[in-house]
Write a protein that binds this ligand. Structure first.
Ligand SMILES: NC(=O)c1ccc[n+]([C@@H]2O[C@H](COP(=O)([O-])OP(=O)(O)OC[C@H]3O[C@@H](n4cnc5c(N)ncnc54)[C@H](OP(=O)(O)O)[C@@H]3O)[C@@H](O)[C@H]2O)c1
Length: 257
């Protein structure tokens, strides 16, 4: 596979990436555009989206707050009229505040759920009905390996990702035979402004362009779950299987940093 930035034909012609103003979403939008795909890039930061368009003309900014259900629903017909029916939607927008101690302001919990979970639910209601009508389309939900188990500092964030994994499992079955191919993306640690907030050593930390490559490879493949990097994903899969008697001592060690 060609590295990020190099032209290479990808199987999609019309894509939508939310949370594209920074980090993984930004790298993914550039990667898709370099592969010949028309991309609508959404986020709240209009200046950052404009810069993205300046970097690649195939990327069209669509400023949007994913928590605004009406705006998300209205966005889809408009973007499809401009760049053609979506054959890929990546619901990537997300937020994260580490919370040592586990409790804080309930509004911060609510905000995480609104952005990370309801933002995706809004997007799904925007794109899936038309994809079902056409009998084709691919949708990716941005989960996280941290959704596997309750981890220290992740009280606001982890449950939103666990909810997305659960939702994706349900929808995978519900959409069976519809032609809509729904996936869950579960990254480990990726160096972005989001993980800049972590004050602990992050194992197997990868770059956003490498994460974008892993997502593209996964979407081109057939697996329901796109989990990476391989070694840390395996560690988390094993951690998911641990009984509580073994899991809590491990979590206590992680909490010490
Ligand atoms: N970095 C990691 O290690 C890691 C690991 C696993 C999963 N993830 C997931 O990957 C996704 C991208 O994270 P990242 O690390 O690339 O973080 P990031 O650099 O902070 O990017 C987050 C993106 O989400 C957008 N966003 C936040 N709130 C939004 C809202 N209300 N409406 C629309 N867009 C909004 C941000 O844009 P604006 O601020 O301009 O709106 C930004 O484009 C998230 O879902 C995150 O949970 C990240």
């Amino acid at each position: 596979m060609a590295p990020v930035g190099m032209a290479e034909d990808l199987p999609w012609t019309s894509a939508w990436v939310t949370g594209a103003s920074a980090g993984i979403g930004r790298a993914l939008a550039l990667r898709l555009a370099a592969g010949g795909c028309a991309v609508t890039a959404s986020a709240r930061d209009t200046g950052a989206l404009k810069k993205l368009h300046d970097e690649h003309v195939a990327i069209t900014p669509l400023p949007l707050d994913v928590t605004d259900t009406a705006a998300v629903m209205a966005a889809v017909p408009a973007l499809e009229a401009r760049q053609g029916p979506l054959d890929l939607a990546v619901f990537n927008a997300g937020t994260y505040e580490p919370l040592p101690g586990g409790l804080g302001d309930p509004e911060v919990f609510r905000h995480h759920m609104e952005v990370n979970y309801m933002g995706v639910v809004n997007g799904l209601h925007g794109v899936v009905p038309a994809m079902k009508e056409r009998g084709r389309g691919q949708v990716a939900l941005m989960g996280s390996l941290s959704g596997y188990r309750g981890l220290p500092r992740a009280a606001c964030y982890g449950p939103t990702k666990a909810a997305l994994i659960n939702l994706a499992e349900t929808l995978r079955t519900e959409l069976r035979g519809s032609g809509v191919d729904l996936r869950i993306v579960n990254p480990g640690f990726v160096a972005t402004r989001l993980t800049d907030k972590n004050d602990f050593t992050m194992p197997d930390l990868m770059t956003a362009p490498d994460a974008a490559d892993a997502i593209i490879r996964g979407l081109e493949g057939r697996g329901f779950e796109i989990a990476f990097p391989r070694r840390f994903a395996l560690f988390m899969k094993l951690a998911r299987l641990l009984p509580y008697g073994l899991f809590f001592p491990l979590a206590a060690r992680l909490a010490r940093g």
